[in-house]
Design a protein around this ligand. Structure first.
Ligand code: ATP
Ligand code: MG
Length: 425
């Protein structure tokens, strides 16, 4: 075939998609749910460009992260500037927050975003070069209650989608002093294994050893199993924040598990970090992840404000929905399908269909003059519940046959009574 989609991408289709989770009905349901929940928790939408100046991600994500070292879609524009398709949302949201001085417009700010992200990864199930995220950022509040609120929002989102058996894996990466202590303990532990670490982790050993805990290399994973726990390196302040987050999650009845191996891939995290895993996904089992990044806004040139947030990958979420056979509400479909029997019925059909549509009642019409059975098949395929059939008899009496395609029951309805009839069936 001549024109194929690029590697690592997929189409979202109303029907005929390669995989069930690529159905646009499902995407619409998930997107509706995310907009509603963001509103219920007081988060407002922020939309940033699909690309940014490359420097933002270099600085904002951290030079030893997977994203920056190997996954960015970077190119030069015609003016010679280095541009990168956004690999994640937080750096861009914070850039925008600082650039527009939004800190002057309030003490706390709650944003959500959704849209495609781009990472040059090896394509496989749950890992694409263009994927979609729903993310939130809560800026201006450094309390453990704020951490618990964002975690609850994430879990409630999954709950509203009908997902089950999910658990928050919770950890803390402490404050700077905790991390310095931990770094030393970790280096002492890893030093004897240095020769066995992957090439990437050897570099991390020098530049950012915490990142080794996040390695996907099987050998590295084995080695870090015996690593010391950051929980033993916490300062009193970092420990008390973490304990308070745990208490809050218990009060909100959110099931969680302390998992001291979670450090998160990005450089900007401090204190609380978390991931939500799903058992139904195989290797790519993290469906959402986030944490606190109190220094990020200041690092990007803004005021020193605390912030916490997360992002969840919509592809993986929908894959779990399908694996768990979640049923979703019926998608939006026209209510009635007009079938003109003969040319002279065409115009009245079109008029009635138009009238329905203008009154917000979904209608479609058989315009290509197919025979009744073929037209009914068309309506069934489109999952439209009623047919309105107009033949010459009906036309002369200004009536139509309204047929319920599920029950097969058929009734005669005057043209004038159709709107009223359809608004309560
Ligand atoms: P992973 O460890 O699986 O590579 P990550 O740490 O790189 O994930 P984040 O940067 O935290 O992921 O992104 C948030 C969420 O976005 C992830 O939890 C995941 O659900 C989703 N995600 C990340 N990368 C991809 C991708 N290439 N394809 C599909 N979903 C992705
Ligand atoms: Mg990754």
């Amino acid at each position: 075939m001549q024109n194929q989609m690029p590697k690592g991408t997929f189409d979202i289709l109303p029907y005929g998609a390669e995989e069930e989770w690529q159905s646009s009905d499902l995407w619409q349901f998930v997107e509706m749910t995310l907009r509603k929940i963001a509103c219920d928790y007081g988060y407002r939408e922020i939309r940033t460009p699909m690309y940014e100046m490359t420097g933002l991600f270099d600085r904002g994500i951290g030079e030893t992260s997977d994203i920056v070292t190997k996954e960015m879609f970077t190119f030069q524009d015609k003016g010679g500037r280095s541009i990168t398709l956004r690999p994640e949302g937080t750096a861009a949201v914070m850039r925008s927050f600082v650039e527009h001085n939004l800190a002057n417009l309030g003490a706390v700010h709650k944003f959500f975003y959704t849209g495609p992200m781009f990472r040059y990864e090896r394509p496989q199930s749950g890992r694409y070069r263009q994927h979609h995220q729903f993310g939130i950022e809560a800026i201006g509040n450094g309390t453990p209650e704020q951490d618990a609120e964002v975690i609850d929002l994430l879990m409630e989102f999954y709950h509203r989608l009908g997902l089950k058996h999910l658990k928050v894996h919770l950890n803390t990466v402490g404050d700077l002093e905790s991390r310095t202590r931990f770094r030393n303990a970790l280096l002492d532990y890893l030093r004897p294994y240095l020769a066995e670490l992957s090439a990437e982790s050897k570099i991390r050993f020098e530049k950012n050893p915490l990142r080794i805990l996040d390695s996907k290399d099987p050998k590295d994973k084995e080695i870090v199993k015996g690593a010391p726990s950051i929980l033993h390196s916490l300062t009193a302040a970092a420990k008390s924040h973490f304990d308070a987050v745990c208490r809050c999650l218990e009060a909100l009845k959110i099931p969680y598990l302390v998992d001291d191996k979670i450090v998160r891939g990005l450089d900007y995290y401090n204190k609380t970090v978390f991931e939500v895993m799903a058992g139904d996904l195989g290797a790519q089992n993290t469906i959402g992840a986030g944490g606190r990044y109190d220094g990020l806004i200041a690092m990007l040139g803004g005021p020193d404000l605390p912030s916490v947030g997360w992002a969840t990958g919509l592809e993986r979420v929908m894959q779990v929905m399908k694996a768990q056979k979640v049923s979703v509400p019926l998608p939006c479909r026209p209510k009635v399908y007009f079938i003109p029997m003969g040319d002279e019925a065409m115009e009245p059909c079109l008029e009635l269909a138009t009238k329905c549509r203008h009154h917000g009642i979904g209608a479609d019409i058989e315009l290509s003059g197919r025979k009744m059975q073929a037209a009914i098949q068309n309506a069934l395929r489109a999952e439209i519940p009623f047919c309105a059939i107009i033949g010459s008899n009906e036309l002369s009496q200004r009536k139509l046959q309204l047929k319920n395609l599920q029950t097969r029951e058929q009734r005669e309805i005057p043209f004038d009574a159709l709107l009223k009839e359809l608004s309560h069936v």
